[in-house]
Write a protein that binds this ligand. Structure first.
Ligand code: ADP
Ligand code: MG
Length: 624
């Protein structure tokens, strides 16, 4: 038999490596920005068009490359950053594998222009799919410009796999933010489709944070600092009152490298205990410095995971550093989230639904009331069973499909266990509905209990509300019928550049919901009105919350714009809605839920109610 094993041609080997290194335009951005940082640049400019699918260009004023190095830089495992294996344990540059340029050049058209200080002329190279198309001297300023065009043009499967521009752009902005936060001493700018999105001059970390995330950060940063013999943490944390519902702006850097660590995140979250609600997330940008020998940064090719030699100590130090910082700012755990229960708001909501249901031309889309359909009172009891049967996917399946990383706060306990727990609370409660009455009762300010034919129904009022509002908003968006409740005074809102361009992009939809706003100044808007059905005093918080939730839905779940915005708005206003314990309003809530097209789950797949079956209840009281 002839020998059949041979070495792969470089172009193919590079393409295979590219599969790991270059997953999307944002990976290219990361590698190029890191190279420019490593090159000692003072200013770095990132230009992208079509979310990086057509062009990613990075222009730096760093040390540049010699003519030979320029050519060498595209070879696989070609690096100037390590020479011997011991260097691997002492890595202080961002790159070191020497894979990035080779991989990028294998899957795109790449043009490199570079010049060192002492050279008279620079050199220019054009490479397409690992093949050098041209190379020669070129006149230019000191530094390096790398242009990556038509990413994945020769790997159609990859190109087709890319997400929408807004999702890819979000990833690019994430990388840009991480790298520019880690290097405030370098000026960074980002130009997207010929428009300047960021322009952050070299400065202090606090200034960089304000440049990236908006002016309102000026007043919400707390310095955090702690040092031990082998470990140092510095940076900023956000004041508890500015904590947000979604984890957006949370950054850990280890030796200036951005890392993801749910373990360390837990440490910070723990330090805020009692100061923020469980489902809120504080801002932080924390830099950890320690001996590189005590960490392994090489566990993952894209290098955001990291292993510490002594994880527990790191956890402890971070937690105490954050606690101290919070204490030093006299933030005492005096907030009481339980006391501000206001029953009025919910009443307004249900009224709105009443009128929505009776107005034939109201255009509430999906939100069709059974009153309308049947002309008599809602018979939801017979409905829930068919609703259960209608849904062919289990909650777990729906969750898996729709939820990837959506909201970690959803309990994952088996339904039966939850049912048992509620059942045991029920049996000790005097308020439990006695047989014969079938009026719903509110328990623990949150759960609605109701006798049904087959047992007892327990409904989560907030989640039920989220479903109702979601279908309502979808209808509103489709028919553009949102009504506005004018603000007494316009409320101004300073937005980060990225959020501002997002708001401009979504203007139509946001207006359709019932918001009214106008642009003033550079990146600010004035909110003149909010959707009429939202009883929310704080326009600013509502608007910011909507944008924040929207970004999350859009990037994590790849939903279309209308869907994302309806979900975001429903989640926001449902969590703000205070629940009434009045029987009539509880009944209306149940009726409205079962008039929904899919009452069983919230839009992200969390169950809205459970049924504790009679046979189960009988089972509890069997003599064993
Ligand atoms: P790595 O960064 O892991 O060394 P890369 O493939 O990203 O590998 O880059 C290869 C080499 O090219 C680097 O080691 C560096 O010497 C050189 N290089 C890349 N980008 C730049 C730049 N912007 N300025 C100067 N040198 C660069
Ligand atoms: Mg590199």
């Amino acid at each position: 038999m002839p020998d059949i094993i041979h070495l792969l041609p470089d172009a193919i080997a590079n393409q295979i490596a590219a599969g790991e290194v270059v997953q999307r335009p944002a990976s290219v951005v990361k590698e190029l920005l890191e190279n420019s940082v490593d090159a000692g640049s003072a200013k770095i400019q990132l230009i992208v068009s079509d979310a990086g699918k057509n062009l990613i260009q990075v222009i730096d004023d760093g040390k540049g490359m010699s003519e030979t190095d320029a050519r060498m830089s595209f070879e696989r495992h070609a690096t100037s950053k390590i020479r011997k294996s011991e260097d691997l344990f002492n890595i202080l540059t961002m790159g070191f594998r020497g894979e990035a340029l080779a991989s990028i050049a294998a899957v795109a058209r790449v043009e490199l222009k570079t010049k060192t200080t002492d050279a008279e002329l620079g050199s220019s190279i054009i490479i397409e799919a690992s093949e050098v198309k041209s190379q020669g001297p070129d006149s230019m300023n000191q530094g390096t410009t790398l242009s990556v065009k038509n990413l994945f043009y020769n790997v159609p499967a990859r190109r087709n796999f890319l997400k929408s521009n807004s999702v890819e752009m979000r990833h690019i902005i994430d990388e840009f933010q991480r790298i520019s936060l880690a290097n405030p001493q370098i000026g960074f700018s980002l130009i997207q489709n010929d428009k300047e999105v960021y322009n952050a001059p070299a400065g202090k970390l606090s200034q960089r944070i304000v440049h990236l995330f908006g002016k309102n950060y000026q007043t919400q940063l707390i310095t955090c600092q702690e040092e031990t013999e082998w470990f140092k943490v510095t940076g900023y944390i956000g004041k508890p009152e500015h904590a947000k519902k979604t984890r957006g702006e949370q950054f850990f850097f280890v030796n200036n490298r951005f890392i993801k660590s749910s373990y360390l995140n837990h440490a910070v979250q723990g330090a805020y205990e009692g100061l923020i609600k469980d489902d809120q997330h504080p801002f932080y940008t924390l830099f950890i410095e320690m001996d590189p020998a005590r960490i392994d940064i090489n566990v993952h090719p894209t290098k955001t995971e990291i292993k510490f030699e002594d994880e527990r100590s790191v956890y402890g130090i971070i937690k105490s550093a954050v606690k101290q910082a919070l204490g030093a700012h006299n933030v005492t755990p005096s907030l009481d989230f339980e006391t501000d229960v206001n029953f009025e708001n919910f009443a307004v909501h249900t009224q709105r639904f009443e009128s929505g249901a009776t107005r034939k031309d109201s255009g509430y889309g999906n939100f069709k009331s059974l009153d309308q359909k049947q002309g008599k009172s809602v018979r939801w009891e017979s409905l829930y069973e068919s609703a259960i049967n209608e849904s062919s996917l289990s909650p777990a399946e729906i969750r898996q499909e729709e939820m990837a990383g959506f909201d970690q706060s959803i309990p994952d306990e088996p339904r039966e266990k939850v049912q048992m727990e509620i059942a045991s609370t029920l049996s000790s409660s005097h308020d439990a509905p006695t047989s014969g009455t079938s009026d719903p009762v509110l328990m623990h300010e949150k759960y609605v209990m109701k006798q049904v034919k087959s047992g007892v129904m327990i409904l989560d009022a907030t989640l039920a509300h989220e479903r109702i509002l979601y279908e309502n908003y979808l209808g509103t968006l489709e028919n553009k019928t949102g009504m506005t409740q004018k603000s007494l005074f316009p409320v101004s809102l300073d937005l980060s550049p990225a959020d501002f361009s997002l708001v401009m992009e979504l203007e139509k939809e946001i207006m359709a919901l019932g918001f009214e706003f106008e642009v003033f100044g550079d990146k600010s808007i004035a909110i003149n009105g909010v959707p009429a059905d939202v009883q929310h005093i704080n326009e600013k918080e509502l608007f910011e919350g909507l944008i924040e939730q929207f970004k999350y839905n859009k990037s994590e779940l790849s939903l279309n714009t209308q869907e994302s915005i309806a979900r975001a708005m429903a989640k926001r206003s449902a969590s703000r809605t205070k629940i009434s314990k009045e029987t009539l309003e509880l009944k209306t809530l149940i009726d409205r839920l079962f008039a929904c097209s899919q009452p069983n789950y919230t839009p992200n797949g969390t169950p809205t109610f459970v049924i504790l079956g009679l046979e189960k209840i009988v089972e509890f009281f069997k003599y064993k």
